[in-house]
Ligand binder design. Structure first.
Ligand SMILES: NC(=O)c1ccc[n+]([C@@H]2O[C@H](COP(=O)([O-])OP(=O)(O)OC[C@H]3O[C@@H](n4cnc5c(N)ncnc54)[C@H](O)[C@@H]3O)[C@@H](O)[C@H]2O)c1
Length: 244
């Protein structure tokens, strides 16, 4: 797919935050938008703002945790080239205090919402021979801030997949003693405890092989409450500042 102008993107969770921002960015590229959310007021505001940019927008109340809602949304769209399964919720608090209803709600949106979106939309994109799917995830899959256990479970991933071998910069930050392994190679051992995990602590050029690359982040302090960020950047211009 080489052009966005005149194509249509479907975005869930478009009433606010990242979904709204993605929808506006697509509109700036000349794309039409099919907006979905449970928040109809917010959805109407996003739609208005998009229409002011001179592209077409539709808004549909869709609860992504319901297969029938997502199926009906997909079936209602004639043209479609980009799908963003973005709607999400962020439960917080100790795992043992989250009720069954909390789990069902969050699993319904964050996990089943993406499953329904992939199932409902991808066969259409495959059949038309082009299209893109963006499933919003979270760095919470790689870090372990206390009180976010229920949130993290949806995004836990421990492998990266590349179609071709790549040498890429990895930025790492940690607020505690930690190690990062890619397959059997230790690529990072954090030296300073109690740093701000939002800050980049260092960079490594890492060779990723073709196919699956297992990533293991190990917190060494034993209490398992260190924060950690691990960012792989595909932009060749990214890397440590040569002046430093
Ligand atoms: N904001 C961050 O820092 C951050 C970081 C990492 C990942 N994320 C992920 O990005 C995604 C968007 O988050 P955000 O920060 O923009 O949050 P947000 O709360 O601003 O937006 C989420 C939207 O999803 C909608 N939504 C909730 N339940 C829904 C449902 N059942 N069906 C349809 N829509 C529903 C909400 O109404 C809201 O408009 C989420 O998946 C979130 O987990 C956010």
């Amino acid at each position: 797919m080489n052009t966005l102008r005149g194509r249509t993107a479907a975005v869930t969770g478009a009433a606010s935050g990242l979904g709204r921002a993605m929808a506006l960015a697509f509109a700036d590229e000349g794309m039409h938008l099919a907006l979905a959310d449970v928040d109809e007021k917010g959805l109407a505001l996003t739609k208005e703002e998009i229409e002011r940019k001179g592209v077409k927008a539709s808004s549909t109340r869709v609860d992504v945790s319901r297969a029938s809602d997502v199926d009906a949304f997909a079936a209602s769209l004639k043209e479609l080239h980009v799908v963003c399964n973005n709607a999400g919720v962020s439960p917080v608090g100790p795992l043992w205090e989250n009720t069954t209803a909390d789990w069902q709600w969050a699993l319904g949106v964050n996990l089943w919402g993406v499953i329904h979106g992939v199932r409902a939309f991808v066969p259409r994109l495959v059949a038309q021979g082009e299209g893109h799917v963006v499933n919003t995830a979270s760095v919470a899959g790689l870090i372990s801030p206390p009180g976010m256990g229920e949130y993290q479970i949806y995004y836990a991933f421990s492998e990266l997949w590349f179609d071709t071998p790549q040498d890429l910069w990895v930025a790492i930050g940690s607020d505690d003693q930690s190690q990062v392994w890619i397959e059997d190679h230790l690529i990072w051992k954090s030296s300073n405890a109690h740093k701000d995990w939002n800050a980049v602590e260092g960079f490594r050029k890492v060779h990723f092989k073709q196919g699956r690359n297992r990533v293991l982040v190990r917190l060494e302090n034993g209490h398992g409450q260190g924060g950690f960020s691990f960012i792989v950047n595909l932009d060749p211009a990214f890397g440590p500042d040569p002046a430093k």
